[in-house]
Each structure stands twice: as structure tokens, then as C-alpha cells.
Design a binder for this molecule. Sequence first.
Ligand SMILES: [Zn+2]
Length: 83
Amino acid sequence: MGKIVLWILVGLAAYAAYRFYIISVRRQERSRPPAKDPSLPEVILKCDHCGVMLPQSEAIAGQREPAKHYCSIEHRRAEEADQ
Ligand SMILES: [Zn+2]
């Protein structure tokens, strides 16, 4: 009889551990920010100095004119020094 009670307790402990694990995994998934959809095309911009095309995430915005974009700090410097 004592063994049956022991096995029931072991089963309950395993079930509780399983529930705790599932809840913690769900909580982690919920707290994670949604991943950026890689299927969405990235905006491609043109360097206002040399004309090279580059993704928006790599472009450097102009200091004087934020609407302008450059492929590198050197090109931004060169373009803004000309003005
Ligand atoms: Zn450039």
C-alpha cells in the first residue's frame, strides 16, 4: 500500500514539473518580441553622393538633410562639405 502512495506522489510531482515547464515555455514565447518577417522586402535607398543602392538598415541619414541617405560617413561628409 505504501508503494502505491509513493508512486502516486511521484506521478503528481512529474505532472507538476511538466505543467511548470509548459507554462514557463509559453511565458518565454509571449515575452519575446515578434521576429521581423524575412519575407518582407527591405527598402532600398540610393546614396546621394555616389549613387550606390543599399538597404535602408545600412544607409546613413544626412545630418543637414535627414531625407538624404549615404552609403558611408565619408560620402555624407563629402556631400555635405560641398554645400
Ligand atoms: Zn556613396
